[in-house]
Write a protein that binds this ligand. Structure first.
Ligand SMILES: [Fe+2]
Ligand SMILES: [Fe+2]
Length: 274
């Protein structure tokens, strides 16, 4: 039913890297570091939500989604492991992971609640990561000047986010989640995720000594609002989530497919789902 493959990266993650690994750019490095710091807790939440969601489906519906859920869990578990290694270098450099503490705290809010809320929050965040992923792959300057192994890490993660962008959404629908709550969760996730990401970015910039530098904010303006800026380019696909006929399949995923095809030497498939 699906092509989701778990891939093991063949890159060196032992050798340390500097805090400003992203082309020496203070803002870009702080922003990507904030993302990485958010991943292990976030991805565990998605894994738990999707696993429980599948379990809650009636037997006859379960079969059609089981393989894709399995592939999703395998991919996200691999991302967690790789980013935990990445984050270890950041911890050694003294970066404080506040975003993870906040995510772990919020997790408690979901405990005991309607499972569909967890799956809806996962689907909304997966939409964020999928549109960010396509933008990253379409805009090499987001990682310009970065050493090759770290470019591969971020591009591989992006390609897989684009690849598995449908499963949480499909699961939410199969669980009978309403459209109103699907959109409501996107509003919540947007507010929480953007706020947390910016807080952690500022925290990283402070630690790095780049917060009060003019070059940092010039880079931030170009990165977010310039010609190929992230906020500019992702606004329309983000908005699309609110349409009644939205489905992640309607979002472009060509860049991810191309990257996986052209970079097969960078990874080894671990488990191929049927
Ligand atoms: Fe991921
Ligand atoms: Fe994902």
């Amino acid at each position: 039913m699906t092509d989701l493959v778990v891939r093991r990266l063949v890159i060196d993650l032992e050798t340390p890297f500097p805090g400003r690994w992203n082309g020496g750019d203070g803002f870009r490095s702080a922003f990507f570091n904030a993302l990485s710091l958010s991943f292990p807790a976030g991805e565990q939440f998605f894994i738990d939500a999707v696993r429980a969601g599948l379990k809650a489906l009636p037997e006859e519906k379960r079969a059609s989604l089981a393989a894709e859920v399995q592939g999703f869990i395998g991919q996200e578990a691999t991302h967690r492991r790789i980013h935990a290694l990445f984050n270890l270098h950041l911890a050694n450099l003294g970066y404080d992971n506040e975003i993870e503490r906040r995510a772990n705290h919020r997790r408690k809010v979901h405990e005991g609640g309607d499972l569909r809320n967890k799956v809806a929050a996962t689907a909304a965040t997966e939409h964020f990561t999928a549109i960010f992923a396509e933008q990253l792959l379409a805009t090499p300057q987001m990682l310009s000047g970065t050493e090759a192994r770290l470019q591969v890490l971020w591009q591989w993660h992006a390609a897989e986010e684009s690849e598995h962008r449908c499963i949480a959404f499909d699961l939410y629908r199969e669980l009978g989640g309403s459209e109103a709550w699907r959109r409501r969760w996107m509003r919540i996730v947007t507010l929480v995720f953007v706020t947390d990401l910016l807080r952690q970015t500022v925290r990283n910039l402070w630690h790095d000594g780049a917060l009060l530098q003019w070059a940092t904010w010039r880079s931030a303006a170009a990165f977010l609002f310039g010609e190929a800026g992230l906020a500019r380019r992702t606004y329309a696909p983000w908005r699309a989530y609110y349409r009644p006929d939205f489905h992640p399949l309607t979002q472009g995923s060509e860049r991810g497919v191309m990257w996986l095809r052209d970079n097969a030497a960078q990874f080894e498939p671990v488990v191929a789902e049927r």
